[in-house]
Design a protein around this ligand. Structure first.
Ligand code: CDP
Length: 811
């Protein structure tokens, strides 16, 4: 067995700002044997046998005795007065028990409005008017799912259509008011700034090169495999509400439900069972959830509501919809000096994103990226339009995808403009490893990084110089080939709680570990996996710290009656927060285990050293107590005066965020006849600090890259001028499959986070954030010599074909 230090003291987190520099390596750190399977082992996911055998338990699998079903009547208009709702024909149908309207919710205690997680308000069900297409208008409750589905067709709603505003720039003129319920008669929701305007203006005034570009990141939808749903089960006798729900943040949702409904929090149990993908779309509270809970309260019976695919794609919450105007300044030697950004953020009819409350534009101000700039100034304005709520952090840490896309596109435009190879340009402008911890011009403190190492590895892996040679040869023959780079910096792991809260609830996360007498364990967390493999990787962290085999550690999340309070899983925060809490709780247990071992071995604690899964007497390795022996003694023979048992809980408030990064290189071939883009190769080198499970990380990166390819080439939610969603089915909203995806070539560098107890950073969203600009840069790289400077994603064949036609190449 490998000897390791007792790391209780060494890895105590240090406050932000004091982090020492850390070295970068390619080697995954492994300190435990395969029988224990601690960090670094490629352990197969414990949850997979259940999933691949169809034994997962999702909300729609929950069947309770006497359960009723709910379906929702939705608006065919994006903006219209409601004159009358006539539910008589629906109520006359056999099996229909109730139709719930906005008026009913109002009578039930003003439940027709609810707070959003951004402290805005959103209609649960409307009384006066609807404000987006497919908005929930009323809910039908029936004994069978299909009766409810038939009954919604029988509800007659009289609408009086109003003018619609879909374009956020038009909305800023306030000619059509989306939210006339608000005192301020304007569509402008908020104005937000970061950085130093004067310093930035000065840098621009002195610049040798300035490039500017309008960049639009379209509205997209997470489109997870499982749609949203709920089973609400109100027990009138106990006054207890049990809720099964597709929730990425069960505790936060319980608190919101308690505050809105007036039910005491201890009488609400939220169970988030297996979830088929969340990606941020299962963080907001949707009207359907509230209606379902009210339906159970009213009927006293369990009620199930499961969205269908089109409802999911047409209502709920959406991501991106950022209209960016960016300018970049550089000096005569091609060093980037400044960045000036103005952005209009289309939030639809309610600001229902789930950003931390001090960050209305999320963490967008990370937009200086991996580059060492003198100054930056970022302005964002949020605006209402007649669309469903926007601003969801779709597999992204609160608007980081938008930030990364912008800076990586701008870096490429500047590189081409000054006539430098985009890789050399980046290498010259990167923050150097010796500059960490690095204070960015917009106020972030990057914990650690080595951008040069990641880009160098990506270039070597893909054979960058050979590809550039091939490109030159092809160009000479009139063929279009492009190479695109994205060297992104991510920011994940909210808290720290001093800066991060949602609706006032501080952003930390939690772990509770209990070791049973026989040395088996149970650990519970405030986060909630939606496919990320927490049952495996959390067990590996505990195994690493305590030497218990990962197979002996059962992981539970998602039940508010049993799990410690936490803020949930989104924005790649689980590893930086709850993963850290797992290590810290385990270290508390190990500290107690040491006392028990000292008692059993009749030595002082100072005479003991930790060795993978046991305490041994220094210089006398035969005198040992394994963690299993210690666990048994904790219940059978613990020291006098000590409490029995072996368990600990930790609420981990990180001292800083973690800043994962990576370098991606895409190679594309563009068909000049059709405009079709084919991603021929894609190399992704990620750095998420110490890796808990390389197999899981590779899986996260594969999935994330496909979710990055999607908006780069295919996905966009499109509305017509009346606000109708033209992409409400998978026939129009083009999800890529394995057929459209290239073979992802993945790799890593490892630059540990100096402040995280196990040196890990988050990874889940990095590929979704990093991939779109690599692909967009590759396409523009293929066309730059024809005068094409920029193409907005999704880069469809039509857009490329038009650009080629404008360049005189075809048509
Ligand atoms: O919050 P979320 O689980 O979506 O994201 P994450 O913290 O990036 O973790 C995604 C998965 O990758 C989890 O199972 C992590 O334990 C695993 N992971 C890892 O094995 N090593 C890392 N350095 C980071 C994440």
């Amino acid at each position: 067995m490998t000897q390791v230090d007792d790391r209780i003291e060494h890895h105590t987190p240090v406050p932000a700002g004091t982090s020492a520099q850390v070295a970068t390596t390619d080697k995954v750190r492994v300190t435990t044997p395969a029988t224990i399977c601690g960090m670094g082992h490629r352990m197969k996911r414990k949850e997979d046998p259940r999933f691949i055998q169809g034994k997962g338990r999702y909300v729609d699998d929950v069947k309770l005795p006497g359960m009723l079903y709910m379906d929702i009547v939705r608006s065919p208009y994006a903006h219209a007065k409601i004159l009358k709702i006539d539910a008589s024909a629906a109520l006359a149908m056999d099996g229909v028990l109730a139709v719930i309207t906005g008026e009913d919710l109002k009578k039930a205690g003003n439940l027709h409005w609810m707070p959003t997680l951004m402290s805005d308000t959103q209609m649960v069900l409307p009384i006066e008017k609807v404000v987006y297409y497919a908005q929930e208008v009323c809910a039908v409750i029936a004994t069978e799912r299909y009766i409810a589905a038939d009954a919604i067709e029988k509800v007659v709603v009289d609408y009086d259509p109003l003018p619609v505003v879909i374009d956020p720039f038009e909305a800023m003129k306030d000619e059509v008011l989306v939210r006339d319920d608000k005192e301020a008669k304007t569509n402008h929701i908020w104005h937000w700034e970061a950085g130093d305007k004067d310093a930035t203006d000065k840098v621009f005034a002195a610049a040798a090169h300035v490039v500017e570009q309008k960049i639009y990141l379209p509205r997209i939808h997470v489109a997870s495999i499982e749609t949203c749903g709920m089973v609400a089960n109100y027990d009138k006798v106990r006054g207890h509400m049990q809720i099964y729900m597709t929730s990425q943040a069960p505790h936060a949702h319980r608190t919101v439900f308690a505050l809105v409904s007036g039910l005491p929090e201890h009488q609400i149990q939220i169970i988030s069972p297996d979830i088929g993908g969340g990606f941020g779309g299962k963080v907001p509270v949707y009207p359907g959830y509230v209606c379902c809970a009210v339906a159970s309260l009213v009927t006293g019976k369990p009620v199930k509501w499961i969205e269908d695919r089109s409802e999911n794609l047409q209502a709920d919450s959406f991501a991106r919809d950022y209209h960016i105007h960016a300018e970049m300044a550089a000096d005569a030697s091609g060093r980037i000096t400044g960045l000036r950004v103005k952005t209009l953020a289309d939030h639809g009819a309610a600001d229902a994103a789930a950003n931390p409350s001090k960050f209305p534009a999320g963490l967008y101000s990370i937009c200086t990226g991996s580059y060492d700039l003198k100054a930056a100034h970022v302005v964002v304005d949020g605006v209402y339009t007649n669309k469903p709520p926007g601003g969801v952090a779709y597999r992204c840490s609160f608007r980081v995808t938008e930030a990364v896309h912008m800076i990586e596109r701008m870096a490429d435009i500047m590189a081409h403009e000054v006539g430098e190879d985009p890789a050399a340009f980046r290498m010259k402008n990167f923050i150097r490893p010796d500059q960490f911890p690095y204070k960015s011009p917009t106020g972030w403190e990057y914990d650690s990084g080595n951008y040069q190492a990641a880009l160098e590895k990506a270039m070597n892996t893909i054979g960058y110089s050979d590809l550039r040679r091939e490109q030159a040869e092809k160009r000479a023959r009139g063929e279009l080939m492009g190479i695109g780079i994205s060297s992104f910096t991510e920011v994940v792991g909210a808290g720290p709680s001093r800066d991060f809260d949602i609706l006032g609830i501080k952003m930390f996360d939690s772990a509770e570990i209990r070791i049973h007498p026989t040395g088996k364990a149970m650990a519970r967390f405030g986060t909630k996996s939606q496919g990320q493999g927490h049952e495996t990787t959390y067990a590996q962290i505990v195994a690493e710290e305590l030497g218990l085999p990962a197979a002996d550690i059962q992981i539970e999340e998602g039940d508010t009656d049993t799990a410690p309070y936490g803020l949930g899983t989104y924005a790649s925060r689980s590893t930086p927060t709850a993963g850290a809490a797992a290590a810290m709780a385990a270290r508390k247990i190990r500290a107690k285990a040491k006392k028990i071992a000292a008692y059993l071995l009749e030595v002082g604690e100072d005479d003991l050293e930790w060795n993978v899964d046991r305490f041994q007497v220094k210089g006398s390795p035969d005198q040992v107590k394994t963690i299993q022996e210690i666990a048994f003694a904790a219940y059978t023979n613990h020291p006098p005066g000590m409490e029995a048992g072996l368990e600990a809980v930790d609420y981990y408030d990180p001292p800083n965020l973690t800043f994962p990064f990576g370098s991606y290189i895409a190679v594309v071939d563009v068909d000049s006849g059709t405009g079709e883009v084919k991603v021929r190769r894609f190399v992704a080198i990620d750095d998420c600090g110490n890796i808990i499970n390389p197999l899981v990380v590779e899986g996260q990166v594969h999935g994330g890259l496909t979710m990055g390819l999607a908006p780069a080439l295919f996905e966009e939610i499109v509305y017509d001028e009346n606000g109708q969603n033209l992409t409400g089915t998978f026939a129009d909203y083009l999800l890529p499959t394995a057929v459209e995806s290239p073979k992802w070539e993945t790799g890593h560098t490892i630059t540990p986070s100096p402040h995280h107890p196990i040196g890990a950073k988050g990874v889940g969203e990095s590929p979704t954030v990093g991939a779109p600009p690599a692909i967009a840069n590759a396409v523009v790289d293929a066309l730059w010599h024809l005068g094409v400077r920029h193409l907005d994603i999704p880069i469809t064949p039509q857009k490329v074909w038009k650009a080629l036609r404008d360049a005189g190449v075809n048509g």
